[in-house]
Design a protein around this ligand. Structure first.
Ligand code: ACO
Length: 330
């Protein structure tokens, strides 16, 4: 039994300035605005500059989240960053964020779960708060996938953008309506070869050969991921609802990972959920990996779509393979 309840105190987000649209992509690879729109739902994405790394985006999103809450900087007692494109292989981007925010004597670490990084990080934060080991956890989902994109591969390069989102997972007070009710996270490492970065780790350290062969970029078998994506987000969401004795009609908003509009529509259809209850902003940002869910949630909260007390489901899938869902009253 948890000692305390956890809740989302606030959200914040950030996307870099440079915007690249489908017509720009047409100049880069053999593709078309029509193909990208109809196959993915994407139109624009934001790209980080040469000087911007994950922690730069993360700090902007974190600052927005902190300023949107009543939590003070000094009250944050843990930082968790979901990312696969951290500033460095080590130390963690969490430590970079801590340094930039000027926070001292608190733990900070990263979670690597592909596009499910944010959902995994929230679930870790929830456990820290429910056990009484933390009161206010700064959770960030950030990825700068354009730094590991193969610009010759039209199958992948049109899909990715850069972005960050953050939330503060806090201890809920007595009588607080807001609460993270439940969550489920999963992995299936037997499918790790469907989406990965081959070189740059201890399996294949960086060398002239790995750079020449473009092995530091994203390799993805899109079709196989596609089928898994709908199935896994549906399964984890359905199980969450079932074990909390809720039905789809009880959900006010689903905030899914923004990887492909057709995947999102496929999930909604399987759940028998109208698209009017699904938060979608893929046309503006593309797939920002761990950034998509907090970016979309933050926009929906600031535009007053998602309101305090609404029942929300956050659901994602990604490299690993990993997937999971979070059920919360915002
Ligand atoms: N422009 C034009 N044609 C293209 C492009 C492009 N950018 N990309 C692929 N094509 C072509 C292919 O070459 C293929 O041509 P062919 O039939 O002559 O061989 C044709 O379009 C169809 O290709 P498919 O791969 O079957 O297209 P599909 O409809 O499956 O869409 C996509 C591809 C968008 C990648 C889709 O499979 C998808 O979204 N998959 C999921 C990917 C994903 O969600 N990844 C998430 C995790 S990301 C992370 O964790 C970092």
């Amino acid at each position: 039994m948890p000692l305390y309840n956890a809740k989302f105190s606030s959200f914040g987000s950030f996307a870099p300035k440079k915007v690249v649209n489908n017509f720009d992509m047409e100049k880069l690879v053999e593709t078309s605005d029509e193909w990208i729109r109809t196959r993915t739902g994407m139109f624009e994405r934001h790209y980080a500059s040469a000087e911007e790394a994950a922690s730069d985006l993360a700090v902007h999103a974190a600052t927005n989240a902190i300023e949107a809450s009543s939590v003070k900087y000094k009250d944050i007692d843990l930082i968790i960053v979901g990312t696969v494109t951290g500033d460095h292989p080590f130390p963690s981007t969490g430590c970079m964020v801590q340094k930039k925010l000027g926070l001292k004597n608190i733990p900070a670490f990263d979670v690597s779960a592909g596009c499910t990084g944010f959902v995994y990080a929230v679930e870790v934060a929830r456990n820290f708060v429910e056990s009484g080991n933390a009161q206010n956890v700064l959770v960030i989902g950030v990825d700068v996938l354009t730094k590991i994109t193969n610009w010759n591969d039209r199958n992948t390069c049109v899909l990715f953008g850069d972005g960050a989102g953050a939330t503060i997972v806090s201890r809920a007070g007595k009588g607080d309506i807001s609460r993270i009710i439940d969550a489920l996270i999963f992995a299936d490492g037997s499918q790790s070869d469907l989406l990965y970065q081959a070189a740059g780790g201890s399996r294949m350290p960086a060398s002239h050969e790995t750079v020449d062969k473009n092995l530091h970029t994203v390799y993805m078998e899109g079709n196989k991921i596609y089928k898994n994506a709908i199935r896994s987000m549906f399964a984890s969401t359905e199980e969450l609802l079932r074990r909390n004795k809720l039905e789809v009609k009880d959900i006010d908003w689903v905030v899914p990972h923004q990887a492909n509009l057709r995947i999102i529509e496929g999930l909604a259809e399987k759940l028998h959920l109208p698209m009017s209850k699904v938060i979608v902003n893929i046309e503006k940002y593309g797939n920002t990996s761990s950034g998509t869910i907090p970016l979309a949630a933050d926009e929906a909260i600031r535009s007053k779509k998602i309101r305090r007390g609404d029942m929300i489901v956050l659901t994602s899938f990604g490299a690993g393979l990993t997937w999971g869902s979070i059920l919360a009253r915002y």
